[in-house]
Write a protein that binds this ligand. Sequence first.
Ligand SMILES: [Zn+2]
Length: 377
Amino acid sequence: MNKILNFLFGFAAFLTAFVVDSKTTYTGDIISGHKVITILDIDDIPDNSFTKLWLRTTQSSIGQYFHVPILVAKGSEQGNRLLLNSGIHGDESNGIRTVQRVLKDIDLSILKGVVVGIPGSNVNGMYNNRREFVNNFETDILTDLNRQFPGNMNNRLAAQKYVRMLWDGVFANNSFTAGVDMHTDTTDNELPNFVYADFTIPYVFRMTELTGADIVKIDLGAGTLGAIENILDYAGIPAITLELGKSKVWQKDQIQRGYDYVFRQMADLGMYPPTEDQANIKAYEEYKSKTFYGNEYSSSGSTNGGYVELHVKNLDVVTNTTKAATVYNVFGDVIEEIYPSFDGIITSVNHYPLNEPGVDIILTIHNSTNPECINGC
Ligand SMILES: [Zn+2]
């Protein structure tokens, strides 16, 4: 743990040294009617405006740039600044629709401050229909961008440069008050409405309350160094990772929960009036009363390759003797049964039957009584 803390404290100093303060930089190009930038400074964006921009990042191997769509809603009065990212994993779509809907529906006349939305930040992953960024280097190297922040312009991989241009161009340059990075579970897997949050960061616990999520994983981010949430936290911008269900589908219920959360978040930051819709308030109070906060989770997988039949679903309350899944060989013979690691709640399931040995089939969350787990382990 000390090694991780040393890394992060060193890293925080690094970030402070490299947080830039540049003006919005336009390349002069227009794509599909919208201006292309390399740096966004929301101070330069006109008050009372809704702006669509393209952030120019790295070039592909044929010299064409990857352009990231950026939405900026700026109110007529000064106020806080909220960053909404989505799609840093290219197969995770619910957050993209959430950002699109929120930015479209903001009434600028009552907005105080600025909301910046990125509806799909890994455009390379989306081109390639996959989670990662595909570097056309050697025989294609796949990079999980949400482990690389703040990136490095001197690294040989395009993914590292891409991340650095996002970080410098938008994330680090705008003195955001808070950040929300929207995800889903990865392809073939499904999370409930779920949050990763580091409670050692001021305001983060309040953000989790506002989500009304099914599950909150208390988490220092030690296992996900370079994730947007953690790097924003260490740069002084309280952030959460909001997981909205499953990949490669637009789940209207998850998108609605993400949408309602963002408007509550804006209200809590004094950026927007709170909703007066009684049905909306009641639904939130019900969700919030059921939110489970857990500090430890553990996956269970098969020791054999084979077909997996699930017997549990997300949010089932289980014990370590609950039969969670059965593994069959190709002939249909039972070869293994899978049990939760401990008594707790099922918080992710793998829907794809065919699995290699060791692949996560279920994830179970609980509260460890180990004092070292108080902030997550
Ligand atoms: Zn993700």
